[in-house]
Write a protein that binds this ligand. Sequence first.
Ligand code: DP6
Length: 332
Amino acid sequence: MSTGEAVAIAHPNVALSKYWGKRDGGGNFPAVPSLSITLAGLTTRTRVRWRSDLPNDRVVLDGRELRGPEAARALALVGRVRSELGLGASADVESLNDFPTASGLASSASGFAALALAAVPSGCDWEAARISDLARRASASAARSVFGGFVELEAGPRVAREDDFLAASQVAPPAHMPLVVLVCVTTEGPKAVSSTDGMRRTMANSPYAAAWVDHAPRLHRHLRDALLARDFERVGELAEASALAMHACAFAAGVTYWNAGTLEALAAVGALRADGTPAFATIDAGPHVKVLVRPEDAARAREVLGATPGVQRVIEATAGEGARLASAGEGP
Ligand code: DP6
């Protein structure tokens, strides 16, 4: 018997200023602020049914039931909702991505944003910020996918306590600064090191970890200012600088996400710039390169990037809307 059902739709985001590293003390609080664009064009659809006839929670992702550590974060999220709302039922979760899962295309961001929204029965009327805080506990970048356009997540409190509240917020709507993100897919396989593990190893072992935590907030503030001033080139430069600083810090701890295609795509971005096309690269915890261009340069940049060795395909995305509840017929 179903005691409530909701379907939510959410999109991944790409961070312009990167979150990498957590505060000590649990609760999944970022050590640095971050700012991202929520992307239209890549979608996660998640259905949650609260069922009194199901003995245990169940999570099915892309047709496969998750077990053990793979299911842990989703189960913790629905467990939190159950205890906060006093629900006497199990969650039956079904989720579908229309892009490669866990490959560095931020499927955990859209996945946990959709799950947080679908898990809270609509009659409960939780504000978006509360959904964002719930999503952050599972995956901090997911807090940002709750909102559309350009979205910021502050660092957590220096001495964070598990129950402190931290939600993302919108800095500017999608139309604020027209741009296109060209996602250069350099492998279809899953990534070797999760973001959680990669940042834990970076913070524990990188000789540059303290320098990153010191530098990232400044970079973030400059990027935010450039965004509010609609200065595309400055935003692009700072986004590239943030990604390179994050990866340099991770590399020094032996945490390497790049493949040969990553380097080829970075070189192609440099060549586009040398040729007079403002194009800027950013890279998350995977080997794909996400290239920021103005809409009028997208076709040319796509042609160049698509012909770059090691780039298997290029997905085009723009700034899009935040997570929302689906209407009938939009389910997974
Ligand atoms: C490189 O949000 O996946 O994409 O909170 O441990 O789940 P957890 O990490 P996650 O990390 C994202 C890292 C990043 C940069 C970013 O999105 O800001």
